[in-house]
Design a binder for this molecule. Sequence first.
Ligand SMILES: Nc1ncnc2c1ncn2[C@@H]1O[C@H](COP(=O)(O)OP(=O)(O)OP(=O)(O)O)[C@@H](O)[C@H]1O
Length: 323
Amino acid sequence: MIELAGLTKRYGEKVAVNNLTFTVRPGIITGFLGPNGAGKSTTMRMILGLDHPTAGDVRIDGRHYDELRDPLTYIGALLDAKAVHGGRSAYHHLLCLAQSNGIPRQRVREVLDTVGLTAVARKKAKGFSLGMGQRLGIAGALLGDPRILMFDEPVNGLDPEGIHWIRNLMKSLAAQGRTVFVSSHLMSEMALTADHLVVIGQGRLLADTSMADFIAANSHSYVRVRSPQRERLLDVLHGAGITVVEAGGGSLEVDGDKAELIGELAAQHHLVLHELSPQRASLEEAFMRLTAESVEYHAHDGTPAAAEQPQARAQWGEDWRRG
Ligand SMILES: Nc1ncnc2c1ncn2[C@@H]1O[C@H](COP(=O)(O)OP(=O)(O)OP(=O)(O)O)[C@@H](O)[C@H]1O
């Protein structure tokens, strides 16, 4: 497990990480989300002892990183794929890591094979593409066969086949009972990969919950209904006390999880339905809704940043609901 307790990091006036307390558990993939500058990388660096907390504590299986003997055998991490000596080959980069962590030499060939870099093992890392660099970083993380894996933006630079590969790799690592902690800005990918989410904004914890609960809590569910007997259906729904909003394209929208109720009412009144579809927000929509107030860096599209605009969250929710 990775356990954070009141973890805080200040850089001068800037509070990059603010009193974070959460636990990353084994056997599942925990996604780590937050807008740009939220403090994800700083948190990950503190977990690895690369940055020292201003306050609070972080432990790996009960110990601080610098107390771990051969740390790569406890926790493997991909933080910055470019943090490789460019003049070394992939093989020699991994061999150096192995030798300094008491890891047998044959493990280097195994991980090169796992990440698909065997054919370029003797090539210098400085000639590697972004995706090859990511694969080499992942090989380094796997080298010590650790129980805990931590990946910062692992799909960055990977092609669709590579993204598919890393998704399956993380799932199999979690299925083996390992702890997998991964950050990504690719929400669609995170939705397919993570079981649990930790979300931060401006260094603070915003959510620590299962994927399903996160989406349910931060999104609005409604049912879209279309019928060729629209007017009669409206009467029936109004008669049952159900509030209906007329949406574009002749469809109707009803708040909440009322699909079954609407279907039964339609059947009782012999009404034909062409569509009866429960709608739920995607992870991306739920994430934007939750973090709207803590986004620091906005592109200028004429509207002020949400942080400067206290009503933004409610307004955005309304737009999203009908948009
Ligand atoms: N060495 C440093 N000195 C000063 N400020 C720093 C330093 N490292 C990070 N910060 C600041 O701390 C905040 C958090 O940065 P961090 O890189 O951890 O965010 P992040 O969530 O990983 O962002 P991104 O998604 O953009 O990678 C930012 O405002 C950043 O500018």
